[in-house]
Write a protein that binds this ligand. Structure first.
Ligand SMILES: O=C(CO)[C@@H](O)[C@H](O)[C@H](O)[C@H](O)COP(=O)(O)O
Ligand SMILES: [Zn+2]
Length: 197
């Protein structure tokens, strides 16, 4: 296959997923409400995922602690994918399946939200992270593919990207994350305007 023909295939498949993304509106609204409740109530976001989804988890957290598009106060979010000492200690002394859940047990409280990103919906370490969130009384949001997966069992809200392919599921995930960031900006930019008034 030439790169040009791959490009056409990818554009077609990306567009097919994109065309169905608006079906997620009710759950996007629910996820945003949950995140805003947490952030307004003094809670934080803990994000996790593997491979490309680890990058998404970090991207999401950085949009909050740094900035997304508009000026607002920094917001508390931690990607559980970045501390190589914690990841290697937990992976080595316990199991790779525990690398996120053990951090959730250490860091999550009732006001927090754990966001698990997995295209298969079944990565054991993400499933356990969401289970640990529930056990600690925190909320859980899952981003996965159209087939759902075991994460659904523990998530308060599941955003199922309308694709069964990893690449396009990831592409939809980053779009959804940006939509959530835009909505968080909306809420906290208003807070800033209210403070200045
Ligand atoms: O980015 C990619 C493929 O596009 C890979 O790194 C991919 O994220 C990894 O294979 C992950 O381990 C897949 O895990 P998951 O999405 O099923 O939870
Ligand atoms: Zn990738």
């Amino acid at each position: 296959m030439s790169a040009a023909s791959n490009l056409l295939t990818y554009v077609e498949r990306h567009r097919a997923a994109l065309d169905r993304l608006a079906d997620l509106s009710p759950n996007v609204e629910r996820a945003a409400t949950l995140l805003l409740e947490a952030l307004r109530g003094g809670g934080k976001l803990l994000t996790c995922g593997n491979g490309g989804s680890a990058a998404d988890a970090q991207h999401f957290a950085a949009e909050l602690t740094g900035r997304y598009r508009r000026e607002r106060r920094p917001l508390p979010a931690i990607a559980l994918t970045t501390d190589s000492s914690a990841l290697t200690c937990i992976g080595n002394d316990y199991a790779f399946a525990d690398v996120f859940s053990r951090q959730v047990e250490a860091l999550a409280g009732e006001r927090d939200v754990v966001v698990g990103i997995t295209t298969s919906g079944n990565s054991e370490n993400v499933v356990r992270a969401l289970a640990a969130a529930k056990a600690r009384g925190a909320r859980a949001v899952a981003l996965c593919g159209e087939r759902g997966g075991r994460v659904e069992e523990f998530a308060d809200v599941t955003l199922k990207a309308p694709s069964a392919l990893t690449a396009h599921t990831q592409e939809m995930h980053i779009l959804l994350i940006h939509v959530l960031c835009e909505t968080i900006d909306d809420a906290f930019v208003d807070e800033r305007i209210a403070e200045q008034a």
